[in-house]
Structure formats: structure tokens, C-alpha cells
Design a protein around this ligand. Structure first.
Ligand SMILES: Nc1ncnc2c1ncn2[C@@H]1O[C@H](COP(=O)(O)OP(=O)(O)OP(=O)(O)O)[C@@H](O)[C@H]1O
Ligand SMILES: [Mg+2]
Length: 313
């Protein structure tokens, strides 16, 4: 697949010596949704700022749409949209004007219909004449999104687009992101809601202390790092593990009334092993009354990965 953005050896040391980005290599493919995950202070906003020309990298290169951002940034910049994490917009402006202006700023002809469509899709049409300062926090965030959409970017950064936004609105936001994907927009988002990345992203990158620890297809990452846990409720308690199931990664729990399986690490085969386990139980004459199986979520993978990082540091 074509790449749209290439970061190579990207580092940022802020005055004072803090290394916010540490030798980051990353290629973003055209049309994908890429989720950048990491704890507070990991370097996500710095990375986005570097691509958008708001943060000057200490070393490394950024190429967007084939242009080197150090020299040629103007050509690429007009194709990049940013919904910043911090609310900083023309607070005294009415919504409609701020959004239209954003379009003009990037050299596009006015398009009333397109602006109306954007405002309606973000439920901002009724608020179009209100001053931004008079809106609630969640609505201000929607205005930022409307502004970013108004200039029809090919590459869109969403820095915590759903932080502080209620559930309804968050769902609306996901629908908008989906729609943009359909239009072929490449999207890089950061989020603290890992379920959001789990739902939306094609690929996931995990960053901590300025280092990109891992980049992978979401499915592959979950398969590689995920595990399966199954709790099997037994019809009669067991005092010990019967030899017939000795080969499975199981333990007795709850006073022998339940069997706990934990396995499938890195293979994605946990579920089929649980199926084999239940067959072995039946063959051994051990009855059970229920099975509760779950796969680990991206969140658990993320937490354990960062935990390992802490240990190594
Ligand atoms: N202008 C600045 N000057 C000095 N240090 C900065 C500056 N901006 C950010 N930092 C530091 O760089 C590190 C990375 O910050 P950054 O904002 O990129 O993190 P983040 O991953 O976006 O975090 P969050 O999830 O809280 O938004 C932090 O330690 C932060 O304090
Ligand atoms: Mg940030």
C-alpha cells in the first residue's frame, strides 16, 4: 500500500532536556486509521505537532505526500488537518464563520453546502450563529472537528477527539470518522479510550516515554499478545486436577467448584484449546454446568506492555 507519511529517526528534546520523542520511525499507509496509544506525557501530541509544523524536531525527517516537511512543508501542509487536543480557537467568533474561515485559510473556494453538511453532521447547525465561547466543552470540540473538516484534508490528525465528550457524541464522532475513512481520508488519532482504538483502528502504535514500542495491525497485535481466559463451573467439586487434563494450563479455583483456563498466549488458539479441554473433561467423566470465556482486550495488552517497559527501565 502507498505510504502517505514517513517519519524517520524523529527525535524531540525540549529546552530543559526532556526527550519527548526518541528516534521514532513510522510509516503511515494511505487510507488507514492509525491509533497512537500511550500514557500521559508519552509524546503523542509532540509527534503530531512535529508533523503539523507546530513543534520543531531536534533530529530526524518527516515526509508527507512525498514532500520533506523541513523544506517543502507548504505543499503538504494544506492537505493535513488537525483537531488539536487543547481548545484554542477564536472564542469570539460565531461557529459558522470560524468554520468557513478555516476553509478559506487553506485556499479553498467557499462552499456553503459543504459547510452546512459538516455543521449538520456534527449537530452544530442550530448553533451556527452562537459565539464559540458560549458553547459547552463538548460542542467546542465539535467546532474544532468542523474546522479541520472544512478544508477537506487528505491526512487528518485527531488528538484525543473524544476526551471530555459524552457517550452520544462520542458515537457521533465515530460515525464521522467512519465516513471520512470511506472518503479515503487517512486518519491518525490518539485516544485514552482504548476500546475506541480497538473499534476504529486498522493499526495501532504504542508509545511510551517518546519511544514507539510497537506498531502492528490491531488484529495481529491482539492475536500475538492476547490471551484467553475461561472459567468452567463444575457440576461437582474436584479435590485435585485429574491427569486427563494435566496437559492444559488450568487451575482449580473457588474451592474446587470451578476450573480456570489461562492460555493461548501469542497464538490466538485459546478458544480452540478451551474446546479441546471441554472434550477432555467429558471424556474423563467430569461434568460442568457453564463456561465463561473471554479474550483479553487491547486495554489489557496495553497495560501489560507498559508494565514490562516500567520493569525494564
Ligand atoms: N512545550 C514544551 N516544553 C517542554 N516540555 C514539553 C512541552 N510540550 C510537552 N512537553 C513534555 O514532553 C512530554 C511529552 O508531552 P506530550 O504532550 O507530547 O505527551 P502526550 O503523549 O500528548 O500526553 P497526553 O496524553 O497527556 O496528552 C511530556 O513530558 C511533556 O511534559
Ligand atoms: Mg497529548
Amino acid at each position: 500500500m502507498d505510504s502517505i507519511l514517513e517519519l524517520s529517526g524523529l527525535s524531540k528534546v525540549y529546552p530543559g532536556g526532556l526527550k519527548a520523542l526518541d528516534d521514532v520511525d513510522l510509516t503511515i499507509r494511505k487510507g488507514e486509521i492509525f491509533a497512537l496509544l500511550g500514557p500521559n506525557g508519552a509524546g503523542k501530541t509532540t509527534l503530531i505537532g512535529a508533523v503539523c509544523g507546530l513543534v520543531r524536531p531536534t533530529s530526524g525527517t518527516i515526509r508527507a505526500f512525498g514532500h520533506d516537511m523541513a523544506g517543502d512543508w507548504r505543499k503538504a501542509r494544506s492537505r493535513i488537518g488537525l483537531v488539536p487536543q487543547e481548545l484554542s480557537t477564536d472564542m469570539f467568533e460565531p461557529v459558522h464563520r470560524a468554520v468557513s474561515y478555516s476553509r478559506g485559510l487553506f485556499g479553498l473556494a467557499p462552499d456553503r453546502e459543504r459547510i452546512e453538511e459538516i455543521l449538520r453532521s456534527l449537530s452544530l447547525w442550530d448553533k451556527r450563529d452562537e459565539r464559540i465561547m458560549a458553547l459547552s466543552g463538548g460542542m467546542k470540540r465539535r467546532v474544532l472537528i468542523a474546522k479541520a473538516l472544512a478544508h477537506e484534508p487528505d491526512l487528518l490528525f485527531l488528538d484525543e477527539p473524544t476526551a471530555g465528550v459524552d457517550v452520544e457524541l462520542r458515537k457521533g464522532m465515530w460515525a464521522i470518522i467512519d465516513e471520512m475513512r470511506e472518503r479515503g481520508v487517512t486518519i491518525i488519532l490518539t485516544t485514552h479510550y482504548i476500546e475506541e482504538a480497538e473499534m476504529m483502528a486498522d493499526r495501532v502504535g504504542i508509545i511510551n516515554r517518546g519511544k514507539l514500542l510497537m506498531v502492528d495491525e490491531k488484529e495481529a497485535m491482539m492475536k500475538r499478545l492476547g490471551r484467553t481466559e475461561a472459567h468452567i463451573t463444575l457440576a461437582k467439586p474436584l479435590v485435585g486436577l485429574p491427569p486427563e487434563i494435566g496437559r492444559f494450563p488450568v487451575e482449580l479455583e473457588q474451592g474446587g467448584t470451578s476450573l480456570c483456563y489461562r492460555g493461548g498466549d501469542g497464538t490466538g488458539l485459546g478458544k480452540s484449546e478451551v474446546a479441546d479441554l471441554t472434550k477432555a473433561l467429558i471424556a474423563a467423566g467430569i461434568d460442568y454446568t457453564g463456561i465463561d470465556t473471554r479474550e483479553s482486550s487491547l486495554e489489557e495488552i496495553f497495560v501489560s506492555l507498559l508494565g514490562e517497559g516500567e520493569g525494564a527501565a
